[in-house]
Design a binder for this molecule. Structure first.
Ligand code: ADP
Ligand code: MG
Length: 279
């Protein structure tokens, strides 16, 4: 199973839109996908048309209570399940503050979970707090959505340092494997310039740090598309809401790149790493 946390401590960069529609696109390609909502705002749950009501357990009960992932999981269709969140999850930060091993709870819950998925996608909140840390300890891959802003790379060093520290201290398998540009305006010069900056930044850092070595700046640009902004209020992915839109086309194309990584993971540097260190 590939497990991917979609993170960026900034809000409004396209994390939820990407987590939901990438999950839906992968499901459309026949993969079995579980989408986990780690944001107390529950936008991903709502986007998938799922609510965690009083009697059904959610991410809060999984992290702060006794619920298992399978108890909290809700099936959306043949290929997608969602583990929803709700506002209760906002209390997790405080409630877990004094708990030993609080960053490892989700990893342990996943280890107990017997369900079999091809992809686990985690939509993270806009912070680098305990919820995002739980995600980073539990997964193998990080995807980073960025907006083509003048300040796109601003604040990135803190985020990358966090990923690096987690990969060094708590989760040695953790790798940044994907960077994508969201809300792209193809006819602006700024978008193209920022795109080049990001390319150069990741290219330059690539060889220098382990957790970067497989980072791929996806060629697909997620264009700004009003249908993507409308779909959540109908509780539908872009493929249900507007399958012919540019938004659907872009997330389909992104999913193809993600699937392509899957095919190439066998020959990825991860496998050759021991050889390198032995040399
Ligand atoms: P985050 O999860 O990082 O806070 P969201 O995915 O919720 O960001 O996106 C922020 C807002 O922008 C939402 O209202 C969303 O519907 C909208 N949005 C996201 N991506 C696009 C896009 N490509 N085109 C138009 N609107 C978008
Ligand atoms: Mg979000």
């Amino acid at each position: 199973m590939r497990s991917i946390a979609v993170i960026n401590q900034k809000g409004g960069v396209g994390k939820t839109t990407s987590a939901v529609n990438l999950a839906a696109a992968l499901a459309e390609s026949g993969r079995r996908v579980c989408l986990m909502d780690l944001d107390p705002q529950a936008h991903a749950s709502l986007h998938m048309g799922i609510t965690a009501h009083g009697d059904s357990p959610s991410m809060y009960e999984v992290l702060c209570g006794d619920a298992s992932l399978s108890q909290a999981r809700q099936q959306v269709n043949e290929h997608i399940s969602v583990i929803p969140s709700n506002l209760d999850l906002a209390a997790a930060e405080l409630e877990l503050a004094g708990e030993v091993g609080r960053e490892m709870i989700l990893r342990d819950r996943l280890a107990e979970d017997e369900a079999d998925f091809d992809y686990l996608i985690l939509d993270c909140p806009p912070s680098l707090g305990i919820l995002t840390l739980n995600a980073l300890v539990a997964v193998k891959e990080v995807f980073l959505p960025l907006q083509p802003h003048f300040l796109a790379l601003h604040g990135l060093s803190k985020l990358l340092r966090t990923v690096e520290v987690v990969s060094r201290r708590l989760n040695s398998r953790l790798r940044l494997t994907g960077v994508m540009l969201c809300m792209y305006d193809s006819n602006t010069r700024l978008a193209a310039e920022v795109s080049t900056d990001i390319d150069e930044f990741f290219h330059a850092s690539k060889g220098s740090r382990d957790f970067f070595c497989e980072a791929k700046f996806f060629e697909t640009r997620i264009r700004r598309n009003i249908r993507l902004a409308e779909a959540p209020s109908f509780g539908q992915s872009i493929f249900q809401y507007s399958p012919e839109s540019n938004g659907a086309a872009d997330y389909r194309a992104l999913a193809q790149e993600v699937l392509w990584q899957e095919k190439n993971q066998d020959s990825s540097p991860l496998k050759s790493a021991p050889l390198k260190s032995a040399a």
